[in-house]
Design a protein around this ligand. Sequence first.
Ligand code: SF4
Ligand code: SF4
Length: 501
Amino acid sequence: MVMNLFYPEYEVIRNKGKCINCKICQNECANEVHNYNDKLKIMTDDSMKCVNCHRCIATCPTNALKIVKADYTFKQNSNWTKSTIEEIYKQSSSGGVLLSSMGNPNDYPVYWDKILINASQVTNPPIDSLREPMETKVFLGKKSNKISRDENGKLITKLEPQLEIAAPIMFAAMSYGSISYNAHEALAKASEQLGILYNTGEGGLHNKLYKYGKNTIVQVASGRFGVYKDYLEAGAAIEIKIGQGAKPGIGGHLPGSKIVGDISETRMIPEGSSAISPAPHHDIYSIEDLRQLIYSLKEATEYKKPIIVKVAAVHNIAAIASGIARSGADIIAIDGFRGGTGAAPTRIRDNVGIPIELALASVDQRLREEGIRGNISIIAGGSIRNSADIIKAIALGADAVYIATAALISLGCHLCRSCHLGKCNWGIATQQPELVERLDSNDGCTKLYNLITAWKNEIKEMMGGMGINSVEALKGNRLMLRGIGLNEKELEILGIKHAGE
Ligand code: SF4
Ligand code: SF4
């Protein structure tokens, strides 16, 4: 007897009175959930294949569809939950490592939601952000301790290279290969229009996107895919990726089946060969080694570009950041454990790393205590969800933030967490041409532009409410924050008082 230990996670509910058998859902679903039965002349569905991406619901012309969570019940308890039981079935059937997409979904504290923002009342009055100038521009890079000018007022101090961005928000690394060309193009176009930057991730830079170079951060990861002189020169900054929040301590693997056409050309590896990024950079085993890579990249680009070092938020992040600040890096990017990814081992994603809020606060504090905060700018990432998170991140010490999942959601992502299957029905995490073309890069650019513009306006409004007129003045200003429902230790690490104090 064949036994099925797996049940559908979602159930497709079709309103037969509304369905006109137009087959749009069948054509739109790359997971082959919907099928027209010629004999019965009705639409049928295979709920087992449904990932709840909502493409069919969004495209159904008669609103005939609903996807609901299936209510098969295991005799679960708080120790042996439904997903724990199902994972054991999966692994005892496949013998493989469980893979997941997007960030850690577990019920760990979201500190952003336990931090409240101040507003001015009576003294130090608020500023009307609609009528008075509010500065959201920031410069990322090493800051000089002292500025000198000649007798004519001309600057004589040699300034370190800076990244100038119109708002403290950038699009985080997502490689071409993990997301589609159209998604990358939308990010590049929006960055140009917004005066901010996007990040190539480790997949190289498609030759059609070189023209957006001054709005591009080019990444150098352990696999060195697509890295050569022109690539390094193309970007406004170079990011060395040591780790990422969704999978600290783990490398990357894009299967050979996805290394085709432009992707193989952009990554500069043969078609069909797996793109494996080792967990370590095989030339970095110390801060001195990191320094050598930083200075090799600076030398290769004539000391004109800031070098970013990206690390995952892990237990001793403050000490790691101190080493990076002393290694010659201009910017450190810290990626919290909720950061998204195209594919990560589930156990790593859900159990390794720490929240960005705690990591950011402890890094800023440590660098200040050591008197080296001005040596390096901090970018915080790993599930920044809205403009209030950004205000809180800046007040905790960030110079700017990286966003990725929020950017993909604005492009249409419905967080179905199935990127690793390569069949994204929204044309984002896929390389299938018929799916990729569903995402129009101009439309995507408009959505990204609108999102960041809206956030920028909200940032101005919140800063105005605090009586602060520039992002620079908010940076590290923890007096603007209060904790709610946090214990003494958490407040101490965040460096903030409890609400009411
Ligand atoms: S898209 Fe809607 S109306 Fe068309 S076949 Fe599917 S459920 Fe029926
Ligand atoms: S990018 Fe696509 S596959 Fe990935 S979570 Fe979003 S909708 Fe799902």
